[in-house]
Write a protein that binds this ligand. Structure first.
Ligand SMILES: [Fe+2]
Length: 188
């Protein structure tokens, strides 16, 4: 498992100059993941490493297919990164739905784990806006729909994936409540 510091440095190298907003978003997702990593069911290192790296696939330095979850996962796998972290990237925030709608293959080579760690990564992505600002999941999903427009494949994917995203958010909130950790977003 790479250290969080090494993962953060790699994310900064690939994102900061090219996509500064995406880098701010990634740092916010990582900060939230660090908070959640203390919950009893979480696997700390995979969560925080995957969080800071989850959007590296957007970087023009490494983008190949144009589908960022797969490009990020393949990039890490090619560098000999921890397979579990690569798989968390590949499937983050319902990526399998968009892959199917875009007819992109390759995601199936990575396991979509069913775990509190995976739910937490999806949660963190749902409460951090495009420049890292805190949002509720509903604000976040509305913002994505607004930015891409109703006919875009990202919006159509979100429409289909939303129940799964909401389940991951709800399970994470329940784990936070049980451990006495406050939610970062304003929702009850
Ligand atoms: Fe993200």
């Amino acid at each position: 498992m790479p250290s969080f510091a090494d993962a953060r440095a790699l994310a900064e190298l690939t994102l900061a100059d090219h996509l500064p907003a995406r880098w701010l978003h990634s740092q916010a997702v990582a900060r939230e993941a660090i908070r959640l990593a203390e919950l009893p069911e979480m696997d700390r290192e995979p969560l925080v490493v995957a969080a800071v790296l989850h959007d590296v696939g957007y970087s023009p330095v490494l983008a190949r297919t144009g589908f960022h979850p797969l490009d990020g996962a393949r990039f890490l796998a090619a560098r000999g990164y921890d397979r579990r972290v690569a798989a968390l990237l590949a499937h983050h925030s319902g990526a399998a739905v968009e892959a199917r709608l875009r007819e992109i293959t390759g995601l199936e080579r990575f396991d979509d784990e069913v775990s509190a760690t995976r739910d937490a990564l999806w949660y963190c992505d749902a409460v951090c806006g495009p420049t890292g600002e805190p949002m509720t999941p509903d604000e976040r999903w509305d913002d994505i729909r607004r930015r891409y427009g109703p006919d875009h494949v990202v919006t159509r994917s979100l429409d289909e994936a939303e129940p799964r995203l909401r389940d991951a958010v709800d399970r994470t909130r329940a784990r936070m409540a049980a451990a006495g950790v406050a939610t970062a977003d304003a929702a009850p």
